[in-house]
Write a new protein. Structure first.
Length: 633
């Protein structure tokens, strides 16, 4: 396909000549039957991409590469926790995925059935995702760091026929058992999956439940020579559900299609990540997050690359580990989060520079704001371009980036770049609801519909919630809200200024403060609680809770308060997972609220960060904020 000479032309065409643009990009993937229509936006804001087309994600990620790349590396699994390194060629990956697909079939899973995947970063998790895609089943991967309540609410929402899990993950040399959390989640959930397929790593007790739990290794043995053809599905057939936090306590199931997602990822690999087939891609995320879906599993494989799946820390056995993998597997593109770079920043940069990084084109960072000192430190340590990009679970691929694959462009510190092709990005003035066109003025980042291919189709099982949560109409134009503040400079570069809602970002992990509040409120001593995100040097943000006790005497002494803080943290650990545990739980006698009873979370956050809390004329009891001020000072 002929590439236009400038990014500005490329971008304009994606908006002004949308269908022709995307029809061209769609040539990057295989279609069993060509599509009839590029974008059907008749029922706005619901966009249907490549309608009438039949395709399959697994075919595009695996089978189509067998012709030219059967013996090329496809999946490189590295665990520094269990000292394992296993490389699967495309031929081997194809065989493993077919075995897994045959197992799924034998357990009664078919097209449209949901399969919940609750697994550590092991190769079998990749086989499981691809096997679901292969037979048209819809996977829902739940991050291994989430605990029983989080898992139960996802089981009830997705109603999986099957759960695939493992005995345990490992972190920093410690076994993190999964099975008991899963059993507890299933007992808490109203919906009961028919079967649980267990991968036994020999790390923790499996405690099999008779009639429900089945063993992966023995079933795999029965299906060694399995041949399971790809099920051709409509382009709009859902490929997966991925839960993410929002304003309310109930996580939203982001539903992704098949054809649009394949096209969006294939195009992004070339235009944004400058990644070529045959190279190796290394994303340090986790399959439980969107980056893992798009850029550990589907994107690199669709692009005919080898992908590295890494279980372990960036600093074990030492801070050179990731960079030794870059050297060993000739990684050309690396993708991580600013938090990981901040963790490395505490180490000697010699660990990074001692390896041959000549294969590496760039390190991409996303998921949270990238601060200048971190960007400079890591750029100096590895002597490679550091490229920020901004996106969301909802979009599945970048909204803002520098598209070096189209036209090399400079980066600006603190900016994830310009609007990416396909996204008609607008800034909206929150008070007037009008569009902001002048530069350097803060507004809510919005995208005029339709969202490009690859973005969420809807909220699983709740079209009304999808429309109500994300969409509004401005002078008859449908606008998707990102819930992020931003500004655009005169050159079209954006700067992200934080969330407009109660979502926080801890070490690149997206969490809802309402979910944490609900969990803390379930502690019998707690009357009410406010959780806010507070700036943190290492993690970007941490959650801090301010709780009012039913009986204040329970935290009368410092020792009592400490004990209670530990107990509250334990509740969060057990229900949501350690990932959501607040850094501090402080006890107060009253929370700052408006006279109508609305919690003033922003004012609490400002005080915690030493900023001016702003206009407090609507506050009911001014002493409430004073208490918090004293506690944090
Ligand atoms: O607030 C923005 C922040 O992370 C949110 C999305 O998180 P999640 O759904 O987990 O998806 C992450 C995909 C990379 C956004 O609404 N965010 C993401 N990228 C950036 C960012 N904030 C600043 N700079 C970024 N590059």
């Amino acid at each position: 396909m002929a590439l236009p000479s400038t990014y500005a032309d490329f971008y304009r065409r994606s908006i002004d000549d949308r269908d022709a643009f995307w029809a061209e990009q769609a040539q990057l993937v295989d279609w069993h039957k060509p599509f009839d229509r590029v974008c059907n936006y008749d029922k706005a804001p619901f966009a249907r991409w490549f309608e009438g087309g039949l395709t399959n994600l697994c075919h595009n990620a695996v089978d189509r590469h067998l012709k030219d790349r059967a013996d090329q590396n496809a999946l490189i699994f590295v665990s520094t926790e269990t000292d394992t390194e296993t490389v699967y060629s495309y031929r081997e990956l194809h065989a493993e995925v077919q075995r897994m697909a045959a197992i799924l079939r034998s357990l009664g899973v078919g097209k449209g059935d949901r399969v919940l995947i609750y697994m550590p970063m092991i190769a079998e998790a990749c086989f499981a995702m691809l096997a679901c895609a292969r037979i048209g089943a819809i996977h829902s991967v739940v991050f291994g760091g989430f605990a029983s309540h989080s898992l139960a609410s996802r089981i009830d929402d997705a109603q999986p026929k099957l759960v695939i899990s493992a005995d345990a993950g490992m972190r920093s040399g410690k076994v993190v058992p999964y099975k008991h959390l899963l059993d507890e989640a299933i007992s808490l959930a109203v919906h009961k999956p028919q079967h649980v397929l267990m991968v036994n790593r020999g790390l923790a007790d499996l405690a099999p439940v008779a009639g429900r739990d089945v063993d992966y290794a023995s079933l795999r043995q029965q299906h060694l020579g399995a041949q399971v053809p790809c099920e051709w599905v409509d382009s709009t057939h859902p490929s997966y559900i991925l839960y993410t936090s929002g304003t309310t306590g109930k996580p939203k199931g982001v539903q992704r299609d098949t054809g649009g997602y394949a096209v969006a990822l294939a195009a992004s690999m070339r235009h944004i990540y400058m990644a070529q087939p045959g190279e190796t891609y290394f994303s340090t995320s986790d399959i439980g997050w969107v980056v893992g879906h798009s850029y550990i599993i589907y994107g690199p494989l669709i692009n005919g690359m080898a992908t590295i799946m890494y279980e372990g820390l960036p600093t074990r056995p030492d801070a050179g580990i990731w960079w030794s993998l870059v050297e060993k597997y000739k990684v050309s593109v690396m993708f991580s989060a600013p938090t990981a770079a901040r963790v490395l920043k505490k180490q000697d940069p010699a660990y990074l520079s001692k390896y041959d990084l000549s294969s590496l084109k760039a390190l991409f960072l996303a998921g949270e704001p990238l601060d200048e000192p971190t960007a400079t430190w890591i750029a100096n340590a590895i002597q490679k371009p550091i490229i920020d990009n901004y996106w969301q679970t909802e979009t599945g691929w970048p909204i803002m980036a520098v598209c070096n694959g189209i036209e090399p462009a400079p980066t600006k510190f603190g900016s994830p770049g310009k609007a990416v092709y396909g996204y008609d990005v607008r800034l909206i003035d929150e008070s007037t609801g009008e569009e902001i066109t002048e530069p350097n003025k803060k507004g809510v980042i919005a995208v005029e519909g339709p969202l490009p291919p690859g973005c969420l189709q809807t909220v699983w099982g709740d079209d009304a919630r999808y429309v109500k949560t994300y969409w509004s109409s401005i002078h008859g134009r449908t606008m998707y809200s990102t819930f992020d503040w931003g500004v655009r400079d005169a050159d079209g570069y954006f700067f992200i200024l934080g969330r407009t809602d109660d979502v926080i970002n801890v070490a690149g992990h997206r969490l809802g403060t309402r979910e944490i509040e609900e969990s803390i409120s379930s502690h019998p001593a707690v009357a009410e609680v406010a959780v806010v995100g507070v700036a943190d040097q290492l993690k970007g943000q941490v959650a801090v809770a301010f709780a009012v006790l039913k009986d204040p005497a329970l935290a009368a002494s410092e020792a009592d308060a400490l004990k209670l803080e530990g107990a509250v943290m334990k509740v969060v650990d057990e229900q949501l997972g350690a990932v959501a545990r607040p850094a501090h739980v402080r006890f107060v006698s009253v929370l700052p609220k408006t006279r109508s009873g609305k919690l003033l979370r922003r004012a609490i956050q400002a005080v915690c960060e030493g900023r001016d809390p702003g206009d407090l004329t609507t506050m009911d009891d001014p002493t409430a904020l004073q208490q918090i001020r004293e506690l944090v000072s």
